[in-house]
Design a protein around this ligand. Structure first.
Ligand code: ACO
Length: 154
């Protein structure tokens, strides 16, 4: 856990933290499809950006966390959980009725974390990663092939 954490909206004039976003989504082409229509929130610790998440309005009722990431050296300290709960709060403030997040079938830790903060599996996009990513992604010894969509009612 960290004592000094500031979460704030990234200004449109600030540089997009691709070095972090690419840890969660290996395709800059994929990132660029959603990033300009989204709000980016950054987490700062001791003056340094150590994580962020990206909130994308899918429609008037549903927001999607398109990307959430914590810098490698800060993972496993509870900050991801804080950012997820912040995203849930922001989605409520924006008048959303639900928030959703998608992750790979191979992202076992992420699937655990999202369910722990109240998301439920609501859909599977079969072969999403095979169809949309150039390179095969292997994680936890299995192919990242299908996208698991999880949703939380607000
Ligand atoms: N593997 C195993 N367990 C994990 C993982 C993982 N990859 N991520 C989180 N957990 C578990 C933790 O062990 C912890 O368990 P506990 O509550 O029983 O102790 C719990 O989830 C909460 O963990 P936090 O410390 O709050 O999570 P963290 O700060 O590490 O942030 C995150 C989680 C954002 C997934 C981070 O690990 C990360 O940036 N990973 C790389 C990028 C990534 O995979 N992003 C998500 C892709 S999907 C998307 O962006 C929509």
């Amino acid at each position: 856990m960290t004592t000094d954490l500031t979460i704030q909206e990234l200004k449109k004039t600030d540089p997009i933290p691709y070095h972090l976003l690419l840890l969660a989504d290996p395709s800059k082409i994929a990132i660029d499809k959603y990033i300009y229509k989204s709000v980016i929130y950054t987490a700062e610790c001791e003056g340094k950006c150590i994580g962020c998440y990206v909130l994308y309005p899918l429609n008037q009722e549903t927001l999607e966390i398109k990307n959430i990431v914590i810098a490698e050296e800060k993972q496993g300290k509870g900050i991801g959980t804080i950012l997820l709960n912040h995203a849930i709060g922001q989605a409520k403030l924006m008048g959303g009725k639900r928030i959703r997040i998608g992750t790979g079938n191979s992202s076992i830790g992420q699937l655990y974390l999202y369910q722990k903060v109240g998301f439920r599996i609501t859909a599977i996009k079969m072969d999403f990663f095979r169809d949309n990513y150039k390179d095969v992604i292997i994680e936890n010894g299995i192919e990242c092939r299908d996208m698991i969509v999880l949703t939380k009612e607000l």
